[in-house]
Ligand binder design. Structure first.
Ligand code: SF4
Length: 203
């Protein structure tokens, strides 16, 4: 068990890097987490209710976090393209610049980037397996990308081509009943359910 315990200790130390006591540049842990998440979130998760799901708080607390980020001009609300009555949260260029230069996780990212690609791949796969087991055991809501989600499906769409019907394969989200363009499969989502947790292998 010594090896396993040592691994857990190292994981705890890595997690501590992500959580600091006081604020950094005027933002607390949760505000950094929300800004970071929204900079990589898909269109279904750029909403105040997704922020509440991500942070495990109420809508009121999530709105407070959003207001703080808006007041500092790191975040803006835009009318939703999917539903004119709701708003989409967009990270401003100032917010993107803040993340690029000062995100407290940048040090960890740099350290992982310095690994050779095989090491990085092994680390990612091992952490994925660990989270998969924890998801299954505790049924914790998780955040992840379409690529690994049980709701992603590949469907054949018939399109006319030079007078003949041709079948194109497209990716769809079975939960949101929407097409997922190839460029969006790696964006983060709060309604994600890990595919392997339910038996389907990731796409
Ligand atoms: S496939 Fe999964 S991760 Fe992608 S939008 Fe649908 S629920 Fe979210």
């Amino acid at each position: 068990m010594a090896l396993e315990r040592e691994t857990v200790e190292l994981l705890v130390q890595a997690v501590k890097i992500c959580h600091f006591g006081n604020d950094r540049l005027g933002l607390h842990n949760r505000e950094w987490m929300v800004l970071r998440f929204l900079s990589r979130a898909n269109r279904f998760s750029r909403t105040p209710s997704a922020v509440a799901a991500l942070t495990g708080t109420t809508r009121a607390t999530a709105s407070q976090i959003v207001k703080i980020l808006e007041a500092k001009s790191y975040l803006a609300r835009r009318p939703s393209k999917r539903d004119g009555r709701s708003t989409t949260l967009v990270v401003t260029s100032q917010g993107e610049k803040l993340l690029a230069l000062h995100d407290p996780l940048n040090g960890l990212l740099d350290a992982i980037t310095s690994l050779i690609p095989e090491e990085c791949l092994r680390l990612r796969d091992s952490l994925g397996k660990i989270l998969n087991r924890i998801d299954t055991a505790d049924r914790q809501p998780a955040v992840g990308a379409c690529r690994d989600c049980m709701f992603l499906a590949e469907t054949g769409i018939k399109r006319p081509s030079h007078g003949r019907a041709r079948t194109n394969m497209e990716l769809r989200c079975r939960l949101h009943r929407a097409l997922i363009p190839a460029g969006e499969v790696d964006l983060l989502c709060t309604t994600f359910v890990r595919a392997t947790a339910t038996g389907r292998e990731p796409a």
